[in-house]
Design a protein around this ligand. Structure first.
Ligand SMILES: Nc1ncnc2c1ncn2[C@@H]1O[C@H](COP(=O)(O)OP(=O)(O)OP(=O)(O)O)[C@@H](O)[C@H]1O
Ligand SMILES: [Mg+2]
Length: 357
């Protein structure tokens, strides 16, 4: 008989993405054949200004949302994987002599870190991971260091603890997105040899481009642009509150001139924004093409957006769904989950940490 879990997994770990529009959580399991199963998920909306650009402004409101989500899914989970916004974390690859012991390595990392990180060491959390021997010199190790301001990490820890769970993993959003991207790729047929993949995440207020080349992140860029701009336009055009406009947008419950006057121009602006992000990538690296574009985030849930992006770029474009190879537990409503999937990439990447701590 096969064991359902590898002994390396963290039982009862839930991935929680604290973003500006909502708290999103996912818990994954594995079935007997090691296929992932979505056991639970929840999206709890947050009011405007509770989380702004990855900064937690109203701690109590966010704690309440996490608590509500956990109660709703009825999971007995007691451990959480959380993510820091990519912009709040400085990462850097360094090289160190391979023969260093653990203590010396720590000292080496601290010394190197002081060169790259513009804050005193006692104000930051410093972490590092050995990637492996350096490609150029086998006597050296390639090491990824990550540093973040302590207070930003402490806010997230306080949210988890306030909601009654223990934060065991603190990841970075871009790595969670990368993990979800690997799941998306697994679903592609063997003939797809896309080496360079652009993942465009359009959230409520921020757009994020991550380019992966042979599974490694080679470029990231963030832009202040998101789905909330469309909500604002709807609100001012039709004299609605932002809350009314948000609902009307999601339910497509708007006057007949909406499509031509507001929706189509906004979608075109979004396509231009994506082209601009790609242009930044091409002009600051040696790359001059991408092989595949994946659109993620709620801001991409606009009719025919993939088609428009594909027409404008000439690159195969798809809407992100990292769950296509996963099964769903009895509590998941398949059609709703299908709709929510593109917004759940960070939460999914965090939930996967259960199996790859
Ligand atoms: N069905 C829909 N149609 C159009 N827009 C939608 C739909 N569902 C969600 N959105 C929009 O998507 C945005 C939220 O997306 P998402 O959950 O990815 O953002 P976020 O991760 O909270 O934001 P950020 O990454 O900026 O912190 C909001 O602007 C919301 O209005
Ligand atoms: Mg987001």
């Amino acid at each position: 008989m096969k064991l359902p879990f590898s002994n390396k997994s963290i039982p009862g770990l839930i991935g929680i993405d604290i973003s500006s529009s909502a708290v999103k959580m996912i818990e994954l399991d594995q079935d007997e054949s090691h296929r992932y199963k979505i056991a639970h998920y929840a999206i709890e909306s947050l009011p405007r200004d509770a989380v702004v650009d990855g900064n937690i402004i109203q701690l109590d409101i966010v704690i309440d949302a996490v608590r509500r989500g956990l109660r709703r899914i009825g999971s007995r989970t007691k451990l959480a994987a959380l993510a820091m916004p990519s912009a709040a974390v400085i990462t850097k690859k360094i090289l160190a002599p391979a023969e260093l012991g653990e203590d010396d390595l720590e000292i080496q990392v601290e010394t190197e870190a002081t060169q790259y990180i513009p804050f005193p060491l006692d104000e930051i959390n410093l972490d590092f991971q050995i990637i492996g021997p350096s490609a150029g010199n086998p006597d050296e190790l390639e090491i990824l260091i990550a540093a973040s301001r302590k207070e930003k990490i402490e806010d997230r820890v306080a949210i988890a603890e306030g909601a009654g769970i223990r934060p065991t993993i603190m990841d970075v959003e871009q790595y969670a997105l990368q993990a979800s991207c690997s799941e998306i790729r697994k679903a592609w047929s063997k003939e797809v040899t896309a080496e360079t993949i652009a993942l465009v995440d359009i959230g409520a207020t921020l757009s994020h481009l991550i380019v992966l080349h042979k599974d490694e992140i080679v470029y990231t860029r963030e832009q202040a642009f998101g789905g909330d701009l469309l909500t604002q336009e709807i609100a001012s055009r039709y004299e609605m509150s932002l809350e009314e406009a948000e609902l009307a947008k999601k339910h497509n419950d708007l006057p007949s001139d909406y499509d031509i006057e507001i929706f189509e121009p906004f979608r075109e602006t979004l396509v231009q924004e994506i082209l601009r992000l790609l242009q930044f990538f091409y002009s600051s690296t040696h790359f001059n093409k991408v092989d595949h574009i994946i659109l993620a985030g709620g801001g991409c849930l606009l009719q025919d957006l993939s088609k428009k992006v594909m027409e404008a770029t000439g690159v195969i474009t798809e809407l992100a769904n990292p769950f296509t190879l996963m099964t769903t537990g009895p509590k998941i409503k398949a059609s709703q989950f299908q709709q929510d999937a593109p917004m759940l990439l960070v939460a999914c990447g965090l939930a996967l940490r259960k199996f790859h701590p």
